[in-house]
Design a protein around this ligand. Structure first.
Ligand code: C5P
Length: 251
């Protein structure tokens, strides 16, 4: 999933000051835009899969985790505590975040690489427990829903943000397989890491993501669950595209 921040985001977030649709407007005006929601735990491969599916269908792509990471990085830079839900919510609403030519920008700075550190991962998952932060990011996420369609990936795309998604996929894989994938990605980038530490971080994030009160990581009741432990990226991408074509033909 590390590829997600360094790949093109076809549609930038609205610039600060630009009007974003309200929750209800977003539902009204955008209902006809098909959404594929791909959710799953850390390092389940959802970023790469979602991007591949978006590319194949020429749909827009939303990496919602990058939004949580951007807010986490800003909070770290400004010394805002992870428990300060109200200040964090204001930050989530007002921070100047855009995706330009595949790079995540924070107040005009390219921070795509900084977003992928384990420190930012941990703070992102800690600030994501606050309902006020999640609420502040709702409209920003829904603003990505534009024709001809959207592939959105995260933890609550199918359960909360796009409950009317045409297809909902929940990707799973064992914690060990996910730690190994993350390990290989980081080693390939020349970053030396300890696999036991990665496995511990992934397990801690899983617990935080699944047990929080606000929008916990859970497969939507109408989601199709795919266990990717033994599958390649290409196999999962093909499976998701096949599921979508089935839905599209049935519609
Ligand atoms: O997907 P990624 O690992 O980049 O997300 C970083 C963190 O942001 C996750 O561990 C999770 O706690 C949070 N997140 C979330 N809801 C989303 C996307 C990410 O709570 N839709």
């Amino acid at each position: 999933m590390t590829a997600a921040a360094s790949i093109p985001h076809p549609n930038p977030l609205p610039a600060r000051g630009e009007r974003e649709p309200s929750d209800s407007e977003a539902g009204e005006g955008q209902r006809n835009v098909p959404v594929i929601a791909i959710d799953g735990p850390a390092a389940s491969g959802k970023g790469t899969i979602a991007f591949n599916v978006a590319t194949a269908l020429r749909f827009h792509y939303l990496d919602s985790g990058a939004l949580y990471r951007l807010i986490a990085l800003r909070a770290m830079e400004q010394g805002i505590g992870v428990e300060d839900a109200q200040t964090l919510a204001v930050l989530a609403r007002d921070a100047d975040v855009t995706f330009e030519a595949g790079r995540a920008m924070l107040h005009g700075r390219d921070v795509a690489d900084a977003l992928r550190t384990e420190a930012v991962s941990t703070v992102a998952s800690r600030i994501a427990v606050h309902g006020a932060v999640r609420g502040a990011l709702l409209a920003r996420q829904r603003a990505f829903r534009e024709m001809p369609g959207l592939v959105a990936e995260g933890r609550d795309m199918g359960s909360v943000v796009f409950p009317d998604a045409k297809l909902k996929v929940f990707l799973t894989a064992s914690a060990e397989a996910r730690a190994e994938r993350r390990y290989k990605q980081l080693i390939a980038k020349g970053i030396s890491v300890n696999i036991d530490g990665l496995l511990r971080d992934i397990r801690e994030r899983d617990i935080r993501d699944t047990t929080r009160a606000a929008a916990p990581l859970v497969a939507a009741s109408d989601a199709k669950t795919l266990d990717t432990t033994e599958l390649s990226i290409a196999e999962v991408t093909t499976a998701v595209l096949a599921l979508y074509r089935e839905r599209d033909t049935a519609a």
